[in-house]
Design a protein around this ligand. Structure first.
Ligand SMILES: *Cc1c(COP(=O)(O)O)cnc(C)c1O
Length: 373
């Protein structure tokens, strides 16, 4: 779809080429480790099916998602490569995991037994990755109780343990001591395999922070999410990999006016000027996922210049103060992206809204059309 043909004068532009380029940069950085691109949450707002298909055609060996539903959407779109679902597995979901050939996270003997029985019932083998909690306290068997799970996992003949993994809580910090502690707990758990003369399943722990900051955590496979989309996981991280942002968010000026001194703008009348100003209206709001917290804090680019949002962001529109700048109806408004020499990153929007870039991207909802370039 051509952006100019979009029904609304607002769209998100996604560069699949930039995502492939970031994937290649990650591969080059991690050497022999496999790369499992993470496409959960609508591929961090970029469009799960389009991104997954592009990465599969680009050679990605597998994909990671958070939910069973996300994996089923991918299967229904013809994505045939292995998919690991990170989240916990409810007993009633097990048959669907097996039916769609999806890899499950398993973190208890009880769940393994249920998976084994469900697989036996349809005369197939189910594929799992054992989930070890090394300090995130989210899901997984605690590292200090993991040995029993590893032992038990050997006894289920209808379950194939393809991988074993953990997840970092603080790999995007400048202080990496907690992450190093998690990694050493994980490596300790893994000693079980050589100790018993067993083949070790695929070992993985690194998210984007781990990929960037802890080369020793790359192991057999890495699971980058945010960096695939060209965004660093935090402002503090080391940047050994050059990334290209894949998403920009554009709209257009739909209204121009001159506002008199003392006339408050938008709900609650939170902003007014003591002199005459030129103000334009942009047809995007928190109903699209553009945070209301950007009221009187965020800014946008028009004609290569940065201008502040004034007054509260409404559900479907917000206002921008041009002071004495010029703009015409139909001019491009850049919410995220670049215009001439100026640019606004997802991190900039996150800073203005008091959140993280992850939330800025995943919050852009389906009301905003995606255009792939
Ligand atoms: C979301 C997620 C990732 C990717 O995290 P990023 O910080 O975006 O790289 C990796 N692994 C698991 C288990 C996740 O839930």
């Amino acid at each position: 779809m051509n952006p100019a043909d979009a029904i609304r004068p607002a769209h998100v532009e996604v560069s699949l080429g930039a995502i492939a380029q970031n994937y290649d940069a990650i591969r080059a950085h991690v050497g022999t480790a496999q790369v499992m691109p993470v496409v959960k949450a609508n591929a961090y707002g970029h469009g799960i099916v389009e991104v997954a298909r592009h990465l599969m055609n680009h050679g990605a060996p597998c994909l990671g998602v958070a939910l069973l539903e996300e994996a089923i959407v991918l299967r229904q779109a013809g994505i045939s490569i292995p998919i690991l679902v990170f989240g916990g597995v409810a007993t009633r979901q097990i048959p669907q995991f097996i039916q769609h050939g999806l890899m499950m996270a398993a973190s208890s003997v009880d769940k393994l037994r249920q998976i084994d029985e469900a697989a036996a019932a349809v005369k197939t083998k189910a594929c799992v990755h054992l989930k070890i909690d090394t300090g995130m306290e989210r899901i997984g068997v605690h590292w200090y109780s993991a040995e029993k799970l590893l032992e038990a996992s050997l006894q289920f003949s209808n379950v194939e343990v393809a991988g074993i993994y953990s997840h970092f809580a603080c790999s995007d910090d400048s202080d990496l001591s907690a992450a190093r502690e998690q990694l050493s707990r994980f490596l300790e758990v893994l000693e079980f395999y050589p100790k018993h003369g067993l083949q070790t399943p695929l070992r993985h722990i690194a998210n984007s922070g781990g990929v960037l900051q802890l080369p020793e955590s790359h192991l057999d496979l890495v699971r980058p999410g945010i960096m695939l989309y060209g965004v660093y996981p935090s402002k503090d991280v080391l940047r050994p990999v050059q990334l290209t942002p894949a998403l920009s968010w554009k709209s257009q000026v739909v209204f121009f006016k001159v506002v008199q001194p003392g006339s408050p703008i938008s709900y609650g009348g939170t902003w007014s000027s003591d002199h005459q100003v030129r103000v334009v209206t942009v047809p995007v709001g928190y109903g699209d996922g553009y945070f209301r917290a950007l009221s009187n804090r965020g800014s946008v680019l028009i004609r290569g210049q940065r201008h502040p949002i004034v007054g509260r962001v409404c559900m479907d529109q917000f206002m921008v103060n041009l002071e004495w700048g010029t703009a015409y109806n139909g001019d491009t408004v850049t919410l995220i992206g670049s215009d001439s020499s100026e640019s606004i990153t997802a991190q900039d929007v996150a800073d203005a809204a008091g959140t993280i870039a992850y939330e800025v991207l995943t919050n852009i909802n389906t009301r905003v059309p995606r255009v792939y370039v």
